[in-house]
Design a protein around this ligand. Structure first.
Ligand code: DGL
Length: 262
């Protein structure tokens, strides 16, 4: 079998990145890892996230021998991408908040960044804002609740629009928030509930995320790769907790028909 692409997240969020990768590389075998045993990352310290992600990706690389790793998680990437790249020989694509495309989109020059608490406090985000959105107001809001809501939706439990509105209010009700016209979905869980956020929004907003860019980057790095056999999709979980049976239909919708535990 060909060496797979390994896509890594704390939970279901990386599925929003899997779509654009599959579109461009339909024959590539995929190993999708959800660190269900370490979920959620957004409320952990930098040290906890970095230690866990480096150790896990080391073990996963030994086991699955991936051709390329995609860290489909803004929290893990903004904290640990450099450490992971230093530790592994495999090429690693990271996911960082899509502040650059948001700055290219915003006519009001006011951007909201919606991520996890851990992501929105990263110096990496300050640098992106300074480099690409220096002439924009950039407001941030971290929401662990929205991560939980996306996990619940993927398990077939629709969440109330009023709860989505409350999350958006955390951003839009900040001083200057009334100017925001573009919101960066800076957590890979959030594009999975984009329609719900849009439906709950008090006014039309443009939501931007990095998934297409990651799909393009991955396809570029793997240009010319040969894939033998059928494209396979395997989900790997790091714990048996977390209503796994309720998750199976969503995993299958993304082509992940096999299930393993690390
Ligand atoms: N999906 C992850 C991200 O992109 C984080 C979710 C979590 O574990 O808190 O940041």
């Amino acid at each position: 079998m060909s060496q797979p692409i390994l896509i890594f997240d704390s939970g279901v969020g990386g599925l929003s990145v899997l779509g654009p990768i599959r579109e461009r590389l339909p024959r590539a075998p995929i190993v999708y890892v959800a660190d269900t045993g370490g979920f959620p990352y957004g409320t952990k310290t930098e040290m906890e996230v970095a230690t866990r992600v480096c150790a896990l990706l080391g073990r996963l690389t030994e086991r699955y021998r991936p051709r390329l790793i995609v860290i489909a998680c803004n929290t893990a990437s903004t904290i640990a991408l450099a450490h992971v790249r230093a530790a592994l020989e495999v090429p690693v694509v990271g996911t960082v908040p899509a502040i650059k495309p948001a700055a290219e989109t915003s006519t009001a020059r006011a951007i909201g960044v919606l991520g996890t608490e851990a992501t929105v406090r990263q110096p990496y985000v300050n640098r992106l804002a300074a480099d690409f959105a220096a002439d924009c107001l950039v407001l941030r809001h971290g929401s662990a609740k929205l991560v939980e809501m996306a996990e619940a939706e993927l398990r077939g439990r629709p969440q109330a629009l009023s709860d989505y509105a409350a999350v958006l209010a955390g951003l839009l009700d900040q001083p200057g928030g009334e100017r925001i016209d573009t919101v960066v979905l800076a957590c890979t869980h959030f594009p999975l509930v984009r329609d719900r956020l849009a439906a709950a929004s008090p006014r039309p907003l443009t939501f931007v995320d990095g998934a297409e860019g990651i799909g393009r980057r991955t396809a570029h790095l793997l240009a010319g790769a040969e894939w033998d056999g059928e494209a396979t999709g395997r989900a790997v979980l790091t714990s048996r907790n977390g209503e796994i049976d309720a998750l199976r239909p969503a995993l299958a919708r993304f082509g992940l028909t096999e299930l393993d535990y690390l």
